[in-house]
Design a protein around this ligand. Structure first.
Ligand code: UD1
Length: 422
């Protein structure tokens, strides 16, 4: 099992650059399936999840190169409409190719993603939406097959039961190429990554408006053309390091960032009494004395992001008083709490709420990372703790954080990584 050994008693201090957004680039790469002409995507983070999406594109028949943060996607001879479970299993976002691939091949067969450590995570909204578009959907032997209708309806309105990020992206990208159709997606997710996908698709000639509002309107076009597009900075990565600054009583500045994408976090940091300085493309957060406990609710954007919930817990673990964190997006996202408690935290979970009673300090222990964001939360806690923390299953973290060790090293962290023995 891969391990990270983290030295404690560290105050993270210094300046680092934000990487490109993982959650933006994955659906953008999935949408390139629909584009014949060469597409260039810049500011792409070097991450396992990005490699998985590139493998899927290659498996389908695309020619993909990835060098120095730039991905180029070109069309090969034939496109295959089949994505095996083996690739979908590694990452849920793989399922986002089903709509775009069906638009090109007439049909697509993609492994149905299973549950994961943070909850069941079904894809029913994706499938109901595609059905509302006229697709025929069937499931057999763990695969989902989507077949496009012989003709698309002129007017389609689909209201999502919940503003799912992945389903909004799936439906928006698919509808972009439904020539002659006017599609309205209601109760759409409003995350900045949705606006980024809209920006990318429109730069290829799509006609989409409304991203960042609950209603997205798409006029399908005949063809999408080549583009050269730069993805937005990763707001979750930015938030992780800023919360790391507070967890370790440090001082961190992130450049090439978008503070306007983390306003819900900034307002909680203000409430806690953190030092904050920012401009349009950088933000600095520093510890300037004891922090205050807070009540945080994770919600769809523009609410507090669920992906920052675990790192927020680490930051609150040593804040005097009781903080409450309520998880409203995933049903099972407190799996890491027992690990933090092994390090001396006093956190009780009751249904969707975690009650965090601030302790004087954490102590290093052996813990296991259940998922990407919880892994990062354990690292931040380990840096602040007294002594050494051993984090098992750490490869999760590298799925989501580019140059994780290098960036933390620049902020003064001391860590050693031991990869899987096999
Ligand atoms: C995306 C992000 C992930 C983030 C999440 C919520 C990517 C690659 N991943 O995941 O980091 O934590 O948004 O901000 O962008 N749901 C259903 N049926 C569906 C789809 C979703 O019930 O068909 C439920 C999920 O189980 C979950 C909630 O809706 O409880 C939100 O999920 P969703 O917004 O779709 O998350 P993802 O797109 O998978």
């Amino acid at each position: 099992m891969s391990q990270l050994i983290v030295m404690g008693n560290t105050h993270l201090k210094g300046e680092i650059q934000a990487s490109g957004s993982k959650n933006s680039v994955l659906p953008i790469l999935a949408a390139t399936v629909m584009i014949d002409e060469p597409v260039v995507i810049r500011n792409v983070p070097e991450l396992k999840d990005v490699q998985t999406m590139i493998s899927i594109l290659q498996q389908i028949g695309k020619i993909v190169t990835f060098k120095d943060g730039t991905v180029t996607v070109k069309s090969g001879e034939i496109l295959v409409g089949n994505v095996p479970y083996e690739l979908v299993r590694k990452m849920r976002a793989s399922f986002n190719v089903i709509g775009p691939l069906a638009m090109i091949c007439g049909w697509a067969k993609v492994g149905k993603p299973g549950g994961c450590n943070i909850g069941q995570r079904p894809v029913d909204f994706h499938l109901k939406g595609l059905e509302a578009f006229g697709f025929k959907i069937s499931e057999e032997h763990g695969d989902v097959t989507a077949i496009i209708p012989s003709e698309f309806k002129k007017e389609i309105i689909y209201a999502l039961p919940f503003p799912s990020v992945g389903a909004t992206e799936q439906l928006m990208a698919t509808a972009a190429l439904m020539a002659g159709s006017h599609v309205i997606i209601e109760n759409a997710a409003r995350e900045p990554e949705i606006s980024d996908l809209q920006g990318f698709l429109n730069s290829c000639g799509a006609s989409i408006k409304g991203a960042s509002t609950p209603t997205i309107e798409i006029h399908g076009v005949e063809k999408l053309h080549s583009t050269d597009y730069t993805v937005i900075p990763d707001r979750i990565e930015t938030g992780t390091y800023l919360l790391g600054a507070l967890t370790t009583k440090g001082d961190v500045k992130i450049t090439s960032a978008r503070p306007d994408h983390i306003l819900a976090l900034i307002s909680i940091l203000e409430e806690m009494g953190a030092g904050i300085e920012k401009d349009s493309d950088w933000i600095r957060v520093y510890w300037r004395g004891p922090l205050r406990p807070v009540r945080v609710y994770s919600e769809p954007y523009p609410g507090f992001p669920t992906d920052l919930q675990p790192v927020m817990t680490s930051a609150l673990a040593t804040v005097e008083g009781t903080s409450i964190l309520e998880e409203n997006v995933f049903e099972n996202r407190f799996g890491y709490v027992d690990e933090l408690n092994r390090m001396g935290a006093k956190i009780k979970v009751s249904s969707r709420q975690a009650f965090i009673a601030g302790v004087h300090g954490l102590s290093g222990a052996e813990v296991t990372a259940p998922d990407i964001r919880a892994g990062a939360a354990l690292v931040m806690a380990g840096l602040a703790a007294d002594g050494e923390t051993v984090i098992n299953n750490v490869t999760h973290i590298f799925r989501g954080y580019e140059k994780f060790q290098e960036k933390l090293g620049r902020l003064g962290a001391k860590m050693a990584f031991y990869p899987d023995e096999e």
